[in-house]
Each structure stands twice: as C-alpha cells, then as structure tokens.
Design a protein around this ligand. Structure first.
Ligand code: NI
Length: 230
C-alpha cells in the first residue's frame, strides 16, 4: 500500500526547515547506499548526525507522533532518524530496493525497514523531474508532493528517482519498522480502522452503529494482538 500523508509539517515548520537546509553542509549521498545501489545513486545528503539533521529529524518524528493518519497507516514500532537529500543538475537515483536492516547511527540498535518514507521540502513548481517512482503489482506510481507532505510505501518495492533537470528537489527520507511487518495485514488493519471511524462519523447517535463499532474495535484489537511484534 502506498499512502500520502498530507501536512505532516505546517507551513512555518517547512519555512524554518528550508532555512536550516539551505545553510547545511551537503556531501555525496553514496555514504548511506549499499554496494549495489551506490552504482546508481547520484545525489547529495546532509551527513548523519549533523546538527541540522538532528534538529529537523526531531521535528519530523515529533510531528509524526501526533499524526493520526500516519499512526493508523504505519502502526510504527521504530523510526529511523530522518536523513535529508538533495537532487540538482540532472542528479537521479536508479532502480533499487532499500536495505532490509539498518543500524541506527551511534547506537547498537537495528531496525527492519518495513516502510520507506519521503517527506518533501521543495514544491513541484521549484524543479522539473525528480519524481519518486514506486513499482508494485499495480504498476508504477509516480509521486511528487507539495512541501510538508509525505509518502509512505512498502520497503519491499523497487523504486527510483528520475533526473532533476531544473532547480533542486530537497526531501527527508527514512524508514520505519512497523508493529505489523506484512504489508497486506497492515493494509487490512488500516481499512478496518477507517471503517470504524466512518461508522462513528457518518452515523452519530445511532445505537446499532455504536454497537457495531464496539464489536469491530474488538476485532481490530484482537487482530493486532495476534499480529503485532514488539
Ligand atoms: Ni531507496
């Protein structure tokens, strides 16, 4: 399941982030690439652990913790500290799959990458190209979002970023370990969650709807109990 999470960051947060990102130090993005993807990766990154990356990463993780759509869709267990990349002057990233396991820098902790996230800082009008293309069984999804919006997609997917032929594309990217590793099961939980919310919203003060919502909420939590890994 590929899902767009709008307005993860508010306008003023994006503006503050852009200022920090403009002043930050950018280095060759191949430092975090695996052996194979290093051959097709051509972009810039802020070094891991750089003060700007830490500050902005903290802002993103805090915002995600308060975002109901993100929490319902991802059922996050661990979030990798966000990284930041920039594509400019024809830079691109060829087709690859993200590494399954990532070591959290500066700690012995490892996370399994169930979901990949890209949060946009530059708007679609600021650059040409730079589409994130995610392949799944339904075809290729091309993603280019307004600043502050984020896309979540299964880390099992092949994906690439098309060349940026004008301007610069600046994004944050990171990975999550979900309580539910299987994308199909996680999608079912999300659908059930949405259906329960819709009952409450569309049929307020309806006794049958209330009883049904309670029963389905029981099903939701009992499935989570079955499937969740902690
Ligand atoms: Ni990737």
């Amino acid at each position: 399941m590929l899902i767009t999470v709008p307005d993860v960051l508010a306008g003023e947060e994006v503006a503050q982030a852009r200022k920090l990102l403009d002043e930050a130090e950018w280095t060759d993005g191949r430092v975090t690439a695996g052996h194979q993807s290093a051959k097709t990766k051509d972009n810039l990154q802020i070094p891991e652990g750089h003060p700007a990356a830490k500050e902005l990463g903290g802002m993103i993780v805090q915002a995600l913790g308060k975002n109901p759509l993100f929490l319902a869709a991802a059922l996050p267990l661990k979030v990798f500290p966000p990284l930041f990349n920039k594509y400019t002057g024809g830079q691109s990233f060829g087709t690859h799959v993200d590494n399954a396991i990532r070591q959290v820098p500066g700690s012995g902790a490892r996370i399994r990458t169930d979901l990949s996230a890209t949060l946009f800082f530059t708007g679609p009008d600021e650059y040409d190209g730079g589409e994130l293309c995610v392949e799944d069984t339904y075809g290729v999804h091309r993603v280019k979002l307004p600043p502050g919006h984020m896309v979540l997609y299964p880390s099992t997917s092949l994906h690439h970023v098309t060349p940026v032929t004008r301007g610069a594309r600046i994004c944050s990217f990171f990975w999550l370990q979900s309580m539910i590793r299987n994308d199909g099961r996680r999608s079912l939980m999300f659908d059930l969650d949405l259906a329960i919310q819709r009952l409450g919203r569309d049929l307020p003060d309806n006794e049958v709807a209330e009883k049904t919502a309670v029963q389905l909420t029981g099903v939701y939590h009992n499935l989570l109990r079955e499937w969740a890994e902690m």
